[in-house]
Design a protein around this ligand. Structure first.
Ligand code: NAD
Length: 476
């Protein structure tokens, strides 16, 4: 007899798990085995409407709590996220539903806590402003909570991306309607449960279900004043259109196609070390994962070969095993999708020659050397453990190609620090790692250009997204 799969309710409203009224069952798949590990009942229209009602009712009292008062609540959430029991349980859940390696999953829980701490500090540090610019007038400028905010998130960082959005929204005094990805909803529901233990009733309402059915209800409701979305460029466009009728204030963090530029005087082993991090983080499923590797034409084969040898040492397997260095892909369809990208790219292709586990969404890492520049492998986001290696004759050629491409999220430059930094400043992307594969942290802005999105997350600017300035001019 196998254990029965647990049943998870796809709604959490007024601080309780709620059984959806018309919930159809949705299987949650463990990417490491390909088997269902839980059944979630989809929330729908009644839960989506109740979520906005609760968030709207909770708005004024929450917005009226002082900044330091809200900061204290955020710090309490962070403290709970930093307890050993929560780190352990939360990390196991993240690994279960995404296939993320367990050590990275623990890191993600820590990162989620840092977002709550950072935005607690940021809101505590804000000062009110009263100025007199015109004789006889006193200008009071205040920042008020934007209102109810819709938070829609992807599966690849199912804890830290919701934290990156919910923490600043709550810090600003907003209340939240939250829809985690249906691919990895349990992590979002778990985070919501932790937050619920510290905030007033209705402050955060969570519904998982048919994505458009829920977002359409939320974005059509006048009480929802803001949208913060992370996900694909395709869905970002759908949501941008849905927000157009009411000009809903939006942050859209979308797809990327990060260039990884190796300078002609770079140490190639150092470059490979950085590339291993930039490529294989989260099993290659990060929006700033290195996609197109640019090496001076005479070094491209050498670099590809060193990267191949390094990738051959990856231990592919069970992501809960601490010795695993590459886990499965989250989606069952992704090994085939990435295989097609590689096979149709027209480059010299190499794949690691290792046995894959018998079940689960595993794939051999692949490198395509000199693929067609207009192949989808080069022009689209890969989102998995594969790269293209392109040879360049001049750096201008690389900078122009990046500037002309549709995406502008992350990038990397490897080489002697001063020159590499100068090249990084010219790269047409929002965040660049110079000799590091991990450029991002909650304290700095994260903002895509072009088709990679709109608005800023992280830093103090991540809080501004949820504030509405008001000026009151008082005649003296
Ligand atoms: P996705 O766009 O498929 O889904 C993201 C969210 O949108 C999910 O909650 C999903 O339920 C919802 N959604 C899907 N279809 C919808 C529709 N028609 N209407 C409304 N909502 C809908 O993305 P994903 O596969 O979950 O995540 C991977 C993508 O996210 C990649 O493109 C990656 O680059 C991007 N991403 C970007 C960042 C960033 O900060 N820029 C970070 C992580 C991931």
């Amino acid at each position: 007899m196998t254990d029965p799969v647990p049943l998870i309710h796809g709604a959490r409203l007024d601080q309780e798990a709620v059984e959806p009224e018309h919930g159809r069952p949705h299987e949650l798949i463990d990417p490491a085995t390909g088997a269902a590990w839980a059944t979630l009942t989809y929330g729908g229209e009644p839960e989506a409407r109740r979520a906005v009602d609760s968030a709207a009712a909770a708005l004024t009292p929450w917005a009226q709590v002082s900044g330091p008062g809200r900061a204290a609540v955020l710090r309490a959430v962070a403290a709970e996220l930093r307890t050993e029991a929560v780190i352990d349980e939360f990390a196991r859940l993240i690994t279960r539903e995404t296939g993320k390696r367990i050590a990275e999953a623990r890191g993600e829980v820590g990162l989620s806590a840092t977002f709550f701490e950072w935005f607690a500090d940021t809101v505590s540090g804000r000062a009110s402003q009263v100025w007199s610019h015109v004789p006889g007038l006193r200008h009071e400028v205040s920042s008020r909570a934007l209102g109810v905010v819709a938070v829609l998130t992807p599966w690849n960082f199912p804890a830290s991306i919701p934290a990156r959005k919910i923490a600043p929204a709550l810090a600003a005094g907003c209340t939240v309607v939250f829809k985690p990805s249906e691919v990895a909803p349990a992590s979002g529901l778990y985070l919501a449960e932790i937050i619920d233990r510290h905030v007033p009733r209705g402050t955060v309402s969570t519904v998982v279900g048919e994505p458009a059915a829920i977002s359409d209800i939320w974005l059509a409701d006048r009480r929802v004043r803001g949208l913060t979305f992370t996900g694909s460029t395709r869905v970002g466009r759908i949501l941008a259109a849905a927000t157009a009728p009411r000009f809903t204030r939006s942050v859209l963090e979308l797809g990327g196609n990060a260039p990884f530029v190796v300078l002609d005087d770079a140490d190639l082993d150092d470059a490979v070390e950085v590339l291993m991090v930039a490529k294989y983080r989260n099993n290659g499923q990060s929006c700033i994962a290195a996609n197109q590797v640019w090496a001076p034409a005479r070094l491209a084969d050498d670099l590809a070969d060193r990267f191949r040898r390094s990738s051959e040492k990856l231990v592919i397997g069970d992501p809960t095993d601490e010795s695993t260095t590459l886990g499965p892909l989250a989606l069952a369809s992704d090994p085939e999708r990435i295989g097609v990208l590689i096979d149709s790219a027209g480059g010299d292709t190499w794949r690691t020659d290792v046995a894959l586990p018998p079940a689960g969404h595993f794939i051999r890492p692949a490198v395509s050397v000199r693929p067609a520049r207009d192949s989808a492998l080069v022009t689209e986001e890969i989102f998995g453990p594969a790269v293209s290696v392109l040879g360049y004759d001049s750096l201008d050629e690389v900078l122009e190609s990046v500037a002309d491409g549709p995406y502008g999220l992350g990038g990397y430059v490897v080489g002697p620090q001063q020159r590499a930094t100068e090249v990084a400043r010219k790269l047409d992307v929002g965040i660049v790692g110079v000799n590091t594969g991990s450029p991002n942290t909650p304290q700095v802005p994260f903002a895509g250009l072009k088709d990679s999105g709109l608005g800023v997350e992280g830093s103090h600017l991540g809080l501004e997204a949820f504030l509405a300035p008001q000026t009151v001019a008082v005649g003296q």
